[in-house]
Write a protein that binds this ligand. Structure first.
Ligand code: FAD
Length: 376
């Protein structure tokens, strides 16, 4: 049985003094961004898209990028859960703090999130600078780049030396004067990043031997851009090309070695990969099942066009990040099970105890939860 919260949406409370905003569980990030903008507020950080519900996004540990910023769940200050026995349970740092630490990234295992209170910030804009550079130069300068910019996002084109670098820095709305003209947005974000990218992936799927050349051209022709816009308009963008993805969180210092190992594996095998490898960072946090739990984190994500068998590439990736205490994104493809995950999360058993307390009859059980949390 699947519960649809599509009609449980909207803001129920805004406190302009504290920036605390309470939102119904089925609200999508896109809806929330628009509602917050009307209040002069914003979410501190966001991931790449805004289609998810706030509950789905936080429950799976959705994150953006930025060494000083945590994932979306770190913005949560209070949650209301409908538990298996039908009780409405509110939790926060002061009210059922153990449930709060578990439920901020709860995988849907603890109850239905009906309401979330987020710590928001005054609305702001981002100055986006997008360039390209050789991967080795990016890796050599990664620490400095991450320290000097608020939000760094790197996309490396496999089979090539080229990478796209996106550095977004926070500015006030008043300073944001260089919006992209509509035609440029349509050209870059719709035509190039979606329409043309779909065509490129289809071509690579039909003629894999062309992929290295395609990627080298893509890496050379990636658009250099410099613009400003509302934070949510820069953080998120439309994604219409279907793909499969695996993403792992690793200690920040492992990012460069993991990428070098991944590049060697790709060079040594006849796997053809059209999709760029994405590199992001996040601050450590204290949420029990957060992929950034108590460690400064780097995220590496690998993708394949949805028509391509991903198993060999993703297995190789998993074995590389496995050597670096990699924690898989809860909402993306991975093969780790409870006995491996419990070694990666110091509070894993505490999470399972909370689950036993809140859902002893396993009302919220499913195949995925049996695999990652163990059965019964
Ligand atoms: C194109 C694309 C881009 C993405 N970019 C990023 C990114 O930049 N960063 C990132 O970290 N992730 C990213 N993701 C992953 C994404 O953020 C989420 O992990 C995933 O999509 C979950 O959100 P959803 O609304 O689709 O949730 P659903 O699929 O509806 O839910 C996911 C899970 O959350 C739980 N859940 C949902 N609603 C509730 C509720 N009300 N109460 C309790 N539990 C609930 C359930 O366990 C459910 O199985 C991306 C995904 C896609 C498809």
């Amino acid at each position: 049985m699947q519960i649809c919260l599509d009609r449980l949406t909207g803001i129920t409370k805004v406190d302009h003094n504290t920036g605390l905003v309470t939102v119904r569980g089925g609200t999508t990030l896109a809806q929330l961004n628009t509602l917050l903008a009307a209040e002069g507020l914003a979410q501190e950080n966001l991931g790449d898209i805004d289609k998810q519900t706030i509950s789905g996004a936080i429950s799976t540990g959705t994150h953006g990028t930025g060494a000083k910023f945590g994932g979306l769940a770190t913005q949560v200050r209070q949650l209301t859960l409908i538990t298996a026995d039908g009780v409405q349970l509110r939790c926060s740092a002061t009210e059922h703090p153990d449930i709060y630490a578990a439920a901020c990234i709860g995988l849907g295992a603890l109850g239905v999130i009906s309401e979330v209170t987020f710590q928001c910030v005054p609305s702001f804009s981002l100055h986006a600078q997008e360039t390209r550079a050789p991967l080795d130069a990016v890796l050599d300068g990664l620490d400095a780049m991450v320290a000097e910019n608020d939000h760094v996002d790197v996309h490396w084109f496999p089979h090539s030396d080229g990478a796209q670098i996106k550095c977004n820095n926070r500015i006030s709305d008043d300073e944001a004067r260089d919006r992209l003209p509509r035609w440029r947005y349509l050209l870059d974000d719709e035509l190039m990043s979606n329409g043309l990218f779909e065509a490129v992936n289809r071509l690579g799927w039909l003629l894999p031997s062309l992929v290295p050349s395609i990627n080298r051209i893509s890496a050379r022709t990636v658009a250099a851009r410099d613009f400003t816009d509302h934070s949510y308009a820069v953080f998120t963008s439309p994604r219409r090309v279907r793909f499969k993805e695996s993403e792992y969180a690793i200690p920040r210092e492992s990012v460069v070695p993991v990428l070098r190992e991944l590049r060697s594996w790709i060079d040594d095998h006849d796997e053809r990969i059209c999709f760029p490898v994405q590199i992001r960072v996040a601050a450590a946090d204290d949420i029990w099942l957060s992929t950034a739990y108590q460690r400064e984190t780097g995220y590496i994500a690998v993708h394949h066009y949805f028509k391509i068998d991903h198993r060999r590439y993703f297995a190789a990736f998993e074995s590389i990040v496995g050597e670096h205490q990699g924690r898989p994104h809860w909402g993306k493809l991975h093969t780790l099970e409870a006995d491996q995950l419990c070694l990666l999360y110091p509070r894993f058993d505490h999470f399972r105890q909370i689950r036993d307390r809140l859902d002893p009859g396993r009302t919220f059980d499913n195949a995925y939860l049996r695999s990652v949390l163990g059965s019964p």
